[in-house]
Write a protein that binds this ligand. Structure first.
Ligand code: HPA
Length: 278
């Protein structure tokens, strides 16, 4: 199997849509999680491709807060691919399918993947609205996008996951945040299958395991991106205390709305910073 085929079951028609929409190739792809889609509204020269028009995107039903479209456009003067929403394992897709945004971005020539998500705060000092720079993850989803998937050399995909969240990009993100007065703390993201939220006992377990935030996404994309040689940086928006009393999906979305503006500013400044460095 060649590298292109491993890239991974991405139909050429989708690569054409992602690339063609841009004119010039994007180097950076950003996956926007629950309630964080707003950045795409700021993109100039935007071309919108609904996920339903992408031949390789897994067919899943809509979940409130997840827009479901690829927006190719210009942010802070740089060409970017913005994925508004994602397919989640809890919707019944495979981990390989859940990683489709990363695979399409790699196939379209992006070398940097920015992942964002809404997450529950496991660490006790975290409050709704806090932004956490992901330093590492715990894959507790019970699956992996590389199961049965040969690596670029055709061998087995024993992909190193040390520094999966690129130390250099994390530093850039930290400095960017500092320069515009946004506070970030570092944290380990625990990825769980969901869709039920965690029990208090599970939250205690996650704390023991070293998790700071918990969510139901991101891990498959990050693993696939690393397998494809992309650099990754990730941010979690804390929408609630994990196992919070009376937690509803609606509350998660509302907390997202309030902090989404800050996330948008940070992303725009980060993209500008990356563009200035390249
Ligand atoms: N648990 C898991 N996923 C989440 C949560 C949570 O508390 N909040 C937002 N996504």
């Amino acid at each position: 199997m060649t590298c292109d085929e491993v890239s991974l079951g991405v139909p050429a028609s989708d690569v054409d849509k992602a690339r063609g929409a841009l004119g010039a190739p994007a180097k950076v792809a950003i996956v926007l999680g629950s309630g964080l889609s707003g950045l795409a509204d700021e993109a100039a020269d935007a071309v919108v491709v609904p996920y339903g028009a992408l031949d390789g995107f897994p067919r899943v039903g809509a979940v409130a807060g997840h827009a479901g479209r690829l927006v190719a456009g210009t942010v802070a003067g740089a060409r970017v691919l913005l994925f508004q929403g994602r397919a989640h394992l809890y919707q019944g897709v495979t981990a390989l399918d859940a990683a489709y945004p990363a695979r399409l971005a790699a196939a379209a020539g992006c070398d940097t993947l920015v992942v964002t998500n809404a997450a529950g705060g496991v660490r006790e000092d975290l409050r709704p609205g806090d932004l956490v720079l992901i330093s590492d993850h715990l894959n507790l989803m019970g699956t992996n996008p590389l199961v049965g998937w040969p690596g670029p050399e055709g061998g087995f995909p024993f992909v190193p996951m040390r520094d999966a969240y690129d130390p250099g990009l994390r530093e850039v993100m930290r400095e960017t945040a500092g320069s515009i007065g946004i506070v970030l703390s570092d944290g380990v993201y625990a990825g769980l299958l969901g869709p039920s939220y965690e029990t208090p006992a599970e939250v205690r377990m996650l704390r023991e395991l070293g998790a700071d935030v918990v969510g139901m996404s991101t891990v498959p994309e990050v693993i696939a991106a690393r397998a494809l040689g992309m650099r990754v940086v990730g941010l979690s928006l804390v929408t609630n205390a994990a196992a919070g009393i009376g937690l509803s999906h609606q509350e998660v979305l509302e907390a997202g709305v309030q902090a989404a503006e800050r996330m948008k500013r940070l992303m725009t400044a980060f993209v500008a910073c990356l563009a200035a460095m390249s």
